[in-house]
Design a binder for this molecule. Sequence first.
Ligand SMILES: [Fe+2]
Length: 334
Amino acid sequence: MIDTEAKKKYFDQGVELFDGDPAKPETCIYRLTESGVHFRLHEIDSGLGGDPVEIVQFTDVHFNFCNEKDRENRELQGTLEKRKWLSNAASVVSCQKAMEYASFFDQTVITGDILDYLSDGAIDLMWEHIWNVDPDVLCAVGGHEFTRQVQTGMPDQTSFSSRRATVQAAWKHRIDYVSKIVGDKAMVIVMDNNYASFYDSQVEPLRADLALAREKGYAVLLFMHEPISTGREADRAVKAIHVYDGEYYDIYEKCCAGAHSGGVTATVYRMITENADLVRGIYVGHLHSAYYTEVIGSYLDESEVRREKMIPQFVLEGNPYDKHCGHVLKITVR
Ligand SMILES: [Fe+2]
């Protein structure tokens, strides 16, 4: 249950425009003057009426911490020595700020790189500050979850499958694909799309969910770690709205389902983009700077004629930046 008194008090603080163009709401980043949390907004009309549903995303938490047991692990000792960004659990503060903001809304989704690298200490922080605070949070995996080597220049010393099994065992829900209906209006889908790919195990659940969404009229919101290709060659150098780590990014080719990709990655990409009447937003992280793009999509109209429709894709900035203030995106489905 949302504490309406606490919510009123929290949102009594002032708001200022931090960056972006007010004429283009998708590019705007606002700042709460007391808590310091930065937020972006996306509004969707489901056409279903009734009370709005509000969903909060944040991303790239990067818990960097080794407990005593981790410190005995030779491989983690190397990372501990080299990796200074957010070391000693520095990103707890920004996670708490984002979780506080999110506590006033209906659903929270975190889009990966929750761990800076695979350590028991970081996993413990994830449970303590995320699922023990709100057991309903949905968490995508990022690339950092699957490695113990950061800035060491060394390859991982264990197999990818063993690390993936460790991450799955540490997670509260399936890491490849999970979905949830929020408020009988929004279908939240959380997918693993790391290494610029989609995976075989995602095809059937996505097919079933899209069919259900079509039957019920749900607005489908897709949450993943990596941005997907916009399908537009002009997006080889998209400029960030606000720069934290890189000013331009190729969201045509050097991204998930980039131009010329094939196999199951292309299959899932088509399932998403050819249902642009259902998929109302794509919410990702990974790049650490803030971007807004639109993915070229299409759908079949009542006369079975294929029509083009753009799908908004928000790349949310990493949560710890700007003095650990917390960065969130609030999606309102009306
Ligand atoms: Fe990241």
